[in-house]
Design a protein around this ligand. Sequence first.
Ligand code: SAH
Length: 320
Amino acid sequence: MARANATYYATRDAFADFTTAPEITQVFGEILGLWAAVCWKLLGSPSPVLLVEAGPGRGTLLSDALRAIGRVAPAFRTALQVHLIETSPRLRAMQVARVADACWHDTLASVPWEPILLLANEFLDALPIRQFVRRGGGWTERFVTATGFSEIPSDPPPCDLASIAKEGGVVEICEPANAFVAELSARLMVHPGAALFLDYGPDQSTVGDSLQAIAGGRPADPLGPIGCADLTAHVDFAALAKTARSRGAIVHGPKPQGRFLAELGLFQRTDRLARTQPPRRAAELVGAAQRLAEPNQMGRLFKAMALASPGAPVLPGFET
Ligand code: SAH
């Protein structure tokens, strides 16, 4: 999965295959930018502060965020330095065009240890998982071979689900996501900061195979030609929350993306923007906001989860 996705993001136009929230409406990035600005104030306005995005795609989220920050929170704009965590050279080139004055990193490890505000939309779901299958009272791990999946006897998976999985049940773990959250939490213990993850997955850990491939906007075979489809798995927010808490960070959520965005003014901002537009464009903007927020679209399966330094007040969007 790691190698297939690295090839995929390096060679394909991912955004021809799927659409993400920042590509649906500019209001998404604007809200997240102002979320970061309010967090910065709540954390005591540290300066300098790093505004970090993990997996920035085309750079759309951050360019919308920075525009909104520049207008509404100029002091934050002056204090911040932009750092982008991106492995795809192709997407980095697009990000350069949209976000000036940024530093790029392959991993979180090389980002300086400073006060930090981190945003990540649909980043964790692209990180590679391992799958374990409950078989005959023991466990196997699934591997990919030249001819398909094969299972090799293994130790039980190192997670809470191991004790409840029934025969044939698939348990997934995502070590890179866990390592990312662990390292971020360690940083939040040393410098004030907060992080916001938006991604899709259940709010409780669940047994089941969530690996999926998308190509050309449609479900595809995950074992099809390598690097031709986007491979993702559901994010196990509960496991990540546990990791963060065990390192001392505060965790808010996960809560449904629709409620999170609506409480932060998705519809009010959309209405204001729509008023300045011709009727057709105005209707598009309203439709886009509904797509992000409606429970039967992206509003419920997608979740928002935030981490913060110990002692930080409740972060915006998580008051209820
Ligand atoms: N956040 C963007 C893009 C989501 S697609 C949006 O919402 O539109 C996933 C992004 O994560 C892409 O930019 C991809 O290149 C990046 N990515 C995937 N695996 C990565 C990894 N291991 N390290 C860093 N970036 C990665």
